[in-house]
Ligand binder design. Structure first.
Ligand code: TEU
Length: 545
């Protein structure tokens, strides 16, 4: 049983289902093979029919594309390949007309090396721009200033070519880290926030939210006690990130941003990508005067295992609700292997992904979908020659990287000239695999048994039964390999909803009364007073209490 306080349905972001659009791979309007804003605009009807409350659009700013838009050269504009500000405004207005909120992606930890600030910083060490990045002298013997590694492999330091000067980049060398101890950086990002809030965006996702401040003394990170050199592809993975991430001063920034955002009319939200594995530390970012929401990656980090998932859910709820914040849930995004593949791939993966949708959307709080999961897309084995992700290049091929979850969406059954499957009339920026059209939107739309129909039903029923306003969960007494919890509907007088997922190998027979409102499998049934749930299946049951 959980004694946690009940969740409120409003403001919208507390219970919203947000659909993540990886802009480069969603829909291409101009035929250059790269998704764009006009492409998103042309597919708003699809998103509205799907039933999502909001979209989060990955970075669309001018960029030399060393990390697919996460290297921003101008925070106040749109990359010409992806559109322009007028198209953005039109997209925003049309989304709002359809009742869809829009969240943009802010990248404050680093800029592009082609940002005018960094260019000026390199050319003039005495200018104000130099103090906006993290430069340091190397150690004797040609060593970098400390042992920090890049998240993507290799050292986190690159020489500038001036004396023994190096600059810090926790990601690629083309993504120099900004110096957040410099008030000019702080002020500039206030302006960036205001620029997008003034345009009318409903929320801002903050990239690497836990990373903005680094240890002021640039101390070496200690070796991680649980890792050995054999399992680690990079020395980043060998080190504990004690002095690179989650520094105390970063919270001052979010207190400042919370005040800035809350001064705007409407319920605008800050959503932090706080990529830490300790739920207690993540919860500190969503204290009442900090971020509205933070991504929670614990559930995403679990295998298809009831005990581990239950623990991830309990840990999340325990820490997040203790600070009065809203829990968030996500199973896939543009940085991880798609969950239909992680859960077993093929037929098994599809069955489990159908069941997982009922879990994700049955939990209290906000949920995030990653484009293509509603089609049951799997990770694609992108041919090495076509790989684009810096992770692949910087680990010398040891890590395949993230291209496999970023292959453009299939909209049509037929591939078309460049094998764009309706995504583009040109050549898609990542190649599409054989059979991609079988999972296309076109193939699934009229099919009552498809994953797309299932997701649409999940979102429709979630609203219809009042799942968004349902209260805190309490676990039901079921076999260990079944996840089952109950939530009161609208204060309890409308009964309750049970969410049941069988992660075991055999059929589960449960003592549950009520009416099935949605299931992942047509063979789930009531038999002799028992609810019979086959392996890898899930169901929502509305009961009297
Ligand atoms: O990701 C930050 C981040 O922490 C991840 O790279 C994570 O460590 C990794 O994926 C674990 O597998 C964000 C963006 O989501 C990512 O796409 C960017 O590449 C990165 O920031 C740099 O901006």
């Amino acid at each position: 049983m959980s004694n946690a306080p009940e969740l409120s349905e409003s403001p919208w972001w507390r219970t919203a289902v947000t659909y993540q659009i990886y802009v480069r791979s969603f829909a291409d309007d101009d035929g250059d093979g790269l998704g764009d804003l006009a492409g998103i605009r042309s597919r708003l009807g699809y998103l509205s029919d799907l039933g999502v409350d909001a979209v989060w659009i990955t970075p669309f700013y001018p960029t030399p594309d060393h990390d697919h838009g996460y290297d921003v050269a101008d925070y106040y504009d749109i990359d010409p390949r992806l559109g322009d500000l007028a198209t953005f405004d039109a997209l925003l207005a049309e989304a709002h007309k359809l009742g869809i909120r829009v969240i943009v992606d802010l990248v404050p930890n680093h800029s592009s090396n082609e940002h005018p600030w960094f260019r000026a910083a390199l050319s003039n060490p005495d200018g104000p721009e130099h103090a906006r990045y993290l430069f340091a002298e190397g150690k004797p013997g040609g060593e970098p200033p400390n042992n920090w590694g890049s998240v993507f492999g290799g050292a986190a330091w690159t020489r500038t070519g001036r004396g023994d000067e190096w600059y810090l980049h926790l990601f690629t060398p083309e993504q120099p880290d900004l110096n957040w101890r410099n008030p000019e950086v702080v002020e500039e990002f206030d302006n960036v926030l205001r620029f997008w809030l003034d345009r009318g965006v409903d929320g801002i996702r903050i990239d690497v939210a836990h990373g903005l401040l680094k240890d002021a003394a640039l101390r070496d990170n200690p070796v991680h006690p649980d890792r050995d050199a054999n399992g680690a592809a990079t020395f980043y993975e060998l080190l504990e990130q004690r002095y690179t991430f989650d520094q105390e001063e970063v919270h001052d920034i979010y207190r400042r941003w919370r005040a800035l955002v809350d001064a705007y009319p409407g319920d605008r939200a800050l959503v932090g990508e706080v990529f830490l594995w300790d739920p207690a530390r993540v919860a500190r970012y969503v204290r009442p005067d900090e971020l509205h929401l933070a991504f929670n990656f614990f559930l995403l980090g679990q295998h298809w295992d009831a005990t581990d998932m239950r623990q991830a859910i309990d840990l999340t709820l325990g820490h997040v609700l203790a600070v009065g914040a809203t829990p968030t849930w996500v199973l896939s995004n543009h940085d991880v292997v798609r969950h239909a593949t992680r859960y077993g791939a093929g037929r098994v993966g599809q069955r489990r992904a159908r069941a997982a949708a009922l879990l994700l959307l049955g939990l209290p709080g906000a949920a995030y979908l990653y484009q293509g999961e509603e089609l049951g897309l799997e990770e694609v084995d992108v041919p090495d020659a076509s790989r684009q992700d810096p992770v692949w290049f910087r680990t010398g091929g040891d890590r395949p990287g993230r291209d496999g979850c970023r292959v453009p969406l299939p909209w049509t059954v037929e591939p078309g000239a460049g094998r764009g499957f309706g995504f583009t009339t040109g050549d898609p920026w990542l190649p599409t695999p054989d059979g991609w059209g079988e999972q296309s939107v076109e193939a699934q739309l009229g099919d009552g048994a498809s994953m797309l129909t299932h997701y649409r039903e999940c979102l429709r029923v979630r609203k219809a039964v009042g799942m968004r306003a349902a209260g805190a969960l309490s676990w039901l007494d079921t076999p260990a390999d079944v996840l089952a919890f109950r939530r009161p509907l609208a204060g309890g007088d409308r009964g309750s909803i049970d969410v049941v997922v069988n992660l075991g190998e055999g059929e589960a027979r449960l003592d549950l009364a009520g009416g099935m409102v949605l299931s992942s499998d047509t063979t789930i049934r009531a038999e002799n007073g028992k609810l019979v749930v086959p392996a890898d299946a899930a169901v929502w049951v509305v009961g009297p209490q």
